[in-house]
Design a protein around this ligand. Structure first.
Ligand SMILES: Cc1cc2nc3c(=O)[nH]c(=O)nc-3n(C[C@H](O)[C@H](O)[C@H](O)COP(=O)(O)O)c2cc1C
Ligand code: SF4
Length: 395
């Protein structure tokens, strides 16, 4: 099933392998993809991937990530460069979906040079500066920003957009009672919490012909937050609002290595790339790093490490009729075929395996049985300072 041509949201795909959204850290100062990023996507496309979802692109100035060189799509001036990207991918018969996002609380006002905003001013452990709770008018402004981003995406030739509704970003915070403590018509009941996403989907449908996908954290490990029962209800509502496909993920940036799991914390990378450790004096690092490595095996990591969203995807799939994509620790062709043949998901998506092997889809079709990525998560830390890269074999 994996390598059989099919369609998703009316788009032809040559197989069921999707590159899940991956921030590449290769946009220019305006947020447009630079030539290196276009070449990176063309390499994925040339190597028989079914479909590419781009890294997240910010829809608003106050929704930008603190990671350097994030893509942005709040200005018409970037459309030309995005068009180069879609042309390069389409040359190889591969569709490309733009992931659009607002970082909400998961940024810092200092990094973006603006007051950061969120549904409610809940403290974020990694980004402790206070977010401003959005006013009614500002929420409508953000809905317009998402819709305008999709209009630009259509002009640039994208085959669809994916809303980033997971991992603790703004839309996830609206959906989740943990991040959304509002008492007005945007908070409280499930209907109110879904309102912003439903209005975005409807707005995009009115203004473009693009399919609208969403990525969700079906479980977010936050007290009173998203769980599979509430996620099923969210998915049913979003399907009714016009959503065309759901990608099932989990976790938030705040809960560490849950979204992308690994056996151990990548301590060398934490000390090299994550603040405040990255700015520690060298001498202090010489003492602190070995100490951290010593206690590392005692730090409890989320389990299982492989196929960790499959069961939630299967539950969601039973409750909706739109395609379900599953991501998270999927490495083996045998697992992919099993997920598909047992009807637990319609498509398989991967992130880290494609950082490690951009030609993975072709290799898997030619007989390689699993991805080489060792799930060390060094790539997840590198992005805090530099463009995304794999450190396979160097750790
Ligand atoms: C370097 C890196 C960048 C990522 N960027 C994004 C992103 O822009 N948008 C998103 O939804 N998820 C992002 N993720 C999460 C992945 O898409 C994926 O959900 C997660 O890594 C689990 O899949 P995997 O086990 O196949 O890596 C990123 C992960 C990594 C490691
Ligand atoms: S650094 Fe490379 S091997 Fe390690 S998780 Fe990232 S892609 Fe996989």
């Amino acid at each position: 099933m994996l390598f059989k041509e099919t369609t998703v949201s009316g788009i032809t795909v040559k197989n069921r392998i999707i590159r899940s959204a991956t921030h590449d850290g290769l946009a220019d100062e305006n947020g447009a993809p630079c030539d290196k990023l276009i070449a990176k996507y063309e390499k994925l496309a040339k190597n028989e991937i079914g479909c590419i979802i781009t890294g997240y692109a910010a829809v608003s100035r106050n929704g930008v990530s603190p990671y350097p060189r994030m893509m942005k799509i709040f200005d018409d001036g970037v459309i030309g460069k995005y068009r180069e990207l879609t042309d390069a991918v389409h040359r190889h018969g591969v569709p490309v979906i733009l992931q659009i996002a607002h970082c909400g609380r998961q940024t810092s006002s200092k990094a973006i040079g603006l007051q950061k905003v969120a549904p409610s001013d809940v403290l974020h452990v990694f980004y402790p500066d206070k977010a401003k709770a959005l006013t009614n008018a500002e929420i409508y402004g953000i809905i317009d920003d998402f819709v305008s981003a999709a209009v630009r995406a259509e002009k640039a030739g994208f085959d669809g957009v994916q809303l980033h509704g997971g991992h603790g970003y703004l839309l996830h915070d609206f959906l989740s009672p943990y991040g959304n403590r509002r008492k007005d018509s945007w908070g409280g009941s499930l209907e109110n919490r879904c309102r912003i996403v439903e209005l975005i989907i409807k707005g995009i449908k009115e203004k473009t012909k693009l399919p609208v996908w969403i990525k969700l954290s079906a479980e977010d490990n936050r007290k009173g937050g998203m769980n599979i029962t509430s996620s099923v209800e969210v998915c049913k509502r979003l399907e009714k609002a016009g959503c065309d496909a759901i990608e099932v993920s989990c976790g938030t940036v705040q809960d560490g290595m849950n979204t992308m799991r690994s056996e151990l914390m990548p301590m060398d990378a934490v000390f090299k790339y994550r603040e405040p450790c990255a700015s520690f004096p060298k001498l202090l690092n010489k003492i602190a790093l070995p100490a951290a490595n010593l206690i590392n095996p005692l730090i409890k990591q989320p389990k299982p490490l492989e196929n960790f969203n499959v069961e939630n995807a299967a539950i969601i799939k039973k409750n909706v009729s739109i395609p379900v994509i599953v991501v998270g620790g999927i490495h083996k062709v045998s697992d992919m075929e099993k997920i598909l043949s047992e009807g637990k998901a319609d498509f398989i998506s991967m992130c880290r395996p494609f950082i490690c092997e951009p030609d993975l889809a072709k290799k898997l079709r030619n007989g390689q049985t699993e991805a080489k990525c060792i799930m060390c998560n060094y790539c997840g830390l590198v992005i805090e300072k530099e463009p995304t890269k794999c450190l396979y074999g160097k750790v």
